[in-house]
Design a protein. Structure first.
Length: 100
């Protein structure tokens, strides 16, 4: 294997890892908000508010995709869809980068 091929392979591997880590962090933030909501965390707390704001921004496209009569189901499904999509798409892109 030539030096050029090894460098590109290593770079693709690092890029794939970076994409996977970013996807995991985004899904973690959303999952953390779902957990904090279900545990009825104090939304006046600064950390809880920051997690909620970040999760709401990340899931703004999926939150009202479906509507449910119970608010807790709306939160779990609305935010959960976004978390799953970030994981699936992020890891698919990371896998593609690994194979490059």
């Amino acid at each position: 294997m030539s030096t050029h091929s090894r460098v590109r392979s290593r770079g693709s591997s690092q890029a794939g890892r970076a994409v996977a880590v970013v996807a995991d962090v985004l899904a973690f933030v959303i999952g953390l908000w779902i957990l904090l909501y279900l545990l009825e965390a104090n939304q006046a707390n600064g950390l809880v508010g920051a997690v909620h704001d970040a999760a709401a921004w990340l899931a703004r496209w999926s939150y009202d995709l479906f509507t449910f009569s119970r608010e807790w189901i709306q939160v779990v499904v609305g935010y959960g869809i976004a978390a799953v999509v970030y994981l699936l798409v992020g890891h698919a892109v990371a896998g593609w980068l690994y194979r490059r």
